[in-house]
Design a protein around this ligand. Structure first.
Ligand code: ADP
Length: 608
């Protein structure tokens, strides 16, 4: 990249940061700018004033001396006060503005995450980028602050350089020139360290994951039971040691180069002081001049260092901001959407669908074809990993099949507007995931917008259908019970089966013509399981249902059962036919039937 492009980039970053700042708060932007300008000018003016104070004895008549001295010291005090107020007010404005900015970028990030295709969460490459962006957004407020501080440091450097240039253009030019190599080295290492950080984001993620396993509730039981805490910490430590030693190498090189190159202007400044000192000895300069030169030189060198750091930080943060905007654009671009509105799905058809997950070699679905007519029930059974859940994910358009078509009312689902497509479905996913909200909110969140009367009616009905009404009766705060103890003292923790019932209630609450259920009874007790299938059979006659179940004794409600094996449909038909014709189905059924029979015999014998 040539120098002009780099300068242009820094300029662009500056403009970008200033516009972000302006958009987030005009008041705090102006406040920061004013305070920073005052903070930059005050020390320069104070140095000039000090020279005047020192030179007073030789330059004024004795009768005016006291008056002049008081005036100058008064000015010094005033400037010191300006500097103090500017520093305090500036940091107040910076804190306020950073909070607003952080809030804005987090909102932006949340919106971006909501726009992302589901496959982003599966693919480690996308996930790396996602994590990098999540991390980088925290640099946005800093970048804006940098943008503003570049102005103040710039003003300070310019005023010092102009004043110094008026008395000694040679030294000013030499100090300015001597600062260039340090700026180059800073630039090179800024970029190097940023790219190094990007390359190592996966290690960082792995470390964060290990950290989370030791601190989060999900793993707490197992870690204690198996005593794996130290094992996980050691793993974390090994990763950290490798990560840190590499990071240290790059950071050390940066520090050494900067140290060496920053010594150059300092040496020139020392030479200049010697030169002025000699002139003072020869009576050509005053002590006041010495204080003025040394003060301005020190401020110029420090200012140049700060300017280089501020500009480089701006450059680094712009790299991160670029990353953020590229990711936002990518998330939006990826989102495929059709335009057709889906009114009511009469038929859902998979036609010769084959699919492999993005960036994987192996097909997990091969030539899948089936059709679900309105009001019919279709069940998928088969061993783990056969591809049942994947079929549901494709129907929800979380992924696109590589081959074949998925049609609703004979139109490929890709042509439908997603919102209208999703409006047709209500789903229960395998890992029932409730929200740390009130029970009522957990149920109602699947369909926002009902009037209170309808919402109340649907909620009661949904809880009853899901078999959660008995649970509700036991709750002191009823539907206002908070479903987590992590955020509320009188919140509760639900059992696996109870959790599942609330998630099922959420599914029933939404008024959708198609229900999709993935293993809805995995955590339910036998009575809950029986009641749910009974509800689905008796109370959802008009609703099309596509479900996955391992409880073969309950698939009686299905009009058609697909027996899946290794990504393809091995057999299809009704329960009785499959029992006769399909060896796998018969085997799966008998495993369970035997278990139930043995359990029944055991219960009978213990009742006797
Ligand atoms: P089932 O629901 O029948 O148990 P799935 O549809 O969940 O099976 O999985 C089918 C196959 O797809 C499995 O081999 C599984 O490992 C693989 N699979 C599932 N999800 C992903 C994913 N996100 N990325 C890659 N492979 C996946």
């Amino acid at each position: 990249m040539d120098r002009q492009t780099k300068i242009r980039q820094v300029w662009d970053s500056f403009i970008y940061c200033m516009s972000l700042s302006w958009k987030s708060s005009k008041f705090y932007t102006v406040m920061q700018l004013l305070t920073m300008i005052c903070a930059a000018l005050a020390p320069v003016l104070m140095t000039c004033n000090t020279k005047e104070i020192l030179d007073l004895p030789g330059s004024v008549h004795t009768e005016n001396a006291a008056e002049q001295l008081i005036l100058r010291i008064g000015m010094q005090f005033l400037l010191a006060m300006v500097q103090l107020v500017a520093a305090k007010a500036g940091s107040y404005a910076a804190v306020m503005q950073q909070s607003i900015l952080m809030h804005n970028v987090e909102l932006d990030m949340a919106r971006t995450a909501l726009e992302m295709e589901l496959e982003y969460f599966d693919n480690s490459r996308y996930y790396d980028a996602f994590e990098a962006v999540k991390r980088d957004i925290y640099s946005v407020p800093g970048a804006v602050f940098n943008g503003i501080s570049v102005i103040s440091v710039g003003i300070s450097v310019c005023s010092c350089a102009i004043l110094l240039g008026m008395v000694s253009p040679l030294y000013t030019g030499m100090v300015l020139a001597a600062s260039i190599p340090a700026a180059f080295s800073e630039h090179t290492y800024t970029k190097k360290i940023y790219l190094w950080g990007l390359e190592h984001i996966r290690e960082e993620r792995k470390m964060q994951y290990l950290y989370r396993t030791t601190t989060e509730r999900a793993y707490a039981q197992e870690i204690r039971l198996y005593g794996t805490g130290q094992y996980l910490l050691d793993k974390y430590q090994r990763l950290w040691d490798m990560y840190f030693s590499e990071k240290r190498t790059v950071a050390r090189a940066r520090a050494l180069w900067n140290l060496g190159l920053s010594a150059l202007p300092e040496s020139l400044s020392a030479a200049a002081m010697v030169h002025i000192g000699i002139k003072i000895i020869h009576g050509e300069r005053t002590i006041g001049d010495f204080i003025l030169y040394s003060g301005l030189l020190t401020q110029l060198i420090a200012g140049l260092g700060n300017l280089v750091s501020a500009v480089m930080e701006l450059y680094e943060k712009k790299l991160k901001l670029n990353h953020f905007s590229e990711f936002q654009a990518m998330a939006k671009e990826k989102k495929k959407n059709g335009t057709k509105k889906l009114e009511s799905p009469v038929t859902i058809e998979f036609r010769n669908v084959s699919f492999r997950y993005p960036d994987t070699e192996q097909y997990v679905l091969k030539d899948i074809s089936f059709c679900l007519q309105q009001g019919k029930k279709l069940c998928m059974v088969g061993e783990n990993g056969a591809g049942k859940t994947t079929i549901l994910k494709l129907l929800m358009r979380f992924y696109e099949p590589q081959e074949g078509l998925i049609l609703i009312n004979d139109i490929p689902i890709g042509e439908y507007d997603r919102e209208s497509l999703y409006q047709a479905f209500s789903c229960f996913f395998q890992k029932a995931c409730n929200y740390a909200f009130h029970l009522q909110e957990n149920v109602r969140i699947s369909q926002i917008g009902y009037d209170e009367e309808t919402a109340k009616k649907r909620q009661e009905e949904a809880l009853r259908k899901a078999g959660a009404d008995t649970l509700l009766k036991k709750l002191k705060n009823g539907t206002q019970t908070y479903l987590s103890r992590a955020y509320s003292e009188d919140g509760i923790e639900l059992s696996g089966g109870q959790n599942q019932k609330i998630a099922l209630a959420r599914m029933f609450y939404r008024d959708a013509p198609v229900l999709v259920l993935d293993e809805p009874t995995a955590d339910l007790d036998p009575q809950g399981e029986h009641e749910l299938f009974h509800t689905l059979a008796e109370e959802c006659r008009e609703t099309s249902i596509l479900f996955v179940s391992h409880r073969l004794a309950n698939v009686f409600l299905a009009d058609e059962i697909l027996v899946m094996e290794d990504g393809h449909i091995l057999a299809r038909g009704r329960h009785e036919d499959l029992l006769q014709d399909c060896v796998l189905y018969r085997r799966l059924f008998h495993y369970q039937a035997d278990k139930y029979r043995r359990r029944g015999e055991y219960e009978n014998s213990s009742n006797r």
